[in-house]
Design a protein around this ligand. Structure first.
Ligand SMILES: Cc1cc2nc3c(=O)[nH]c(=O)nc-3n(C[C@H](O)[C@H](O)[C@H](O)COP(=O)(O)O)c2cc1C
Length: 167
């Protein structure tokens, strides 16, 4: 659980590819997340093609970390799997992304979460660029690589933000 405390957004990487066995563990961690009604509405696209990485990185104004990475993971929601009236899928996908980021750190790698959904422009452009079916939406971009910066502890505990019994 140390990676909860040491995980950082790592935005620069060396040129080494990510080892397949590490990718497997990262994907397994993503699918291990809790989800409303245990629907597990997530799917993942693993992108290593350099041209495709440049294309998708350019679709977010804050997508630079993706442009520098040897691998980009696109967590996606399948709205059919989530269920028509289920709006909790955003939380399901967020939990999955956090698991993925923690496993990235655990594997000694660096990663960064780049927001796509609910920004309508970014979501639609990425959906179309990836040629996704209508019921599948891209949720985020996660860049992964051997980081040029270290994961390291930053203390964020703010006692004033904790309220006991009453606000
Ligand atoms: C929903 C979400 C969207 C984010 N989008 C971006 C992004 O587009 N580009 C980026 O470089 N970082 C992005 N980040 C990373 C945050 O900037 C980062 O988590 C924050 O500055 C705290 O730093 P840390 O991750 O090192 O603890 C995003 C983080 C979250 C949770």
């Amino acid at each position: 659980m140390n990676s909860i405390f040491t995980r950082r957004s790592i935005r620069e990487y060396d040129s080494r590819p990510v080892e397949p066995e590490k990718v497997d563990k990262i994907l397994r961690a993503g699918m291990q997340a809790p989800s409303a009604m245990n629907r597990q509405p997530w799917e993942f696209l693993v992108v290593t093609n350099p041209e495709m990485i440049q294309t998708i990185a350019a679709l977010s104004p804050y997508g630079k970390p993706a442009a520098r990475a040897p691998m980009v993971l696109v967590p996606m929601v399948n709205l059919q799997t989530a269920g028509e009236k289920n709006r909790f899928w955003v939380q399901d996908l967020s939990a999955s992304v956090q698991n993925i980021l923690l496993q990235i750190a655990e594997e000694g790698l660096g990663g960064c979460w780049m927001g796509i959904y609910p920004d309508e422009d970014r979501t639609k452009k990425l959906h179309d660029a990836l040629g996704l079916p209508e019921q599948v939406l891209p949720f985020a971009l996660i860049s992964i690589g051997h980081g040029l910066q270290e994961n390291r502890f930053v203390d964020r505990f703010v006692p004033e933000n904790v309220h006991y019994e009453t606000y």
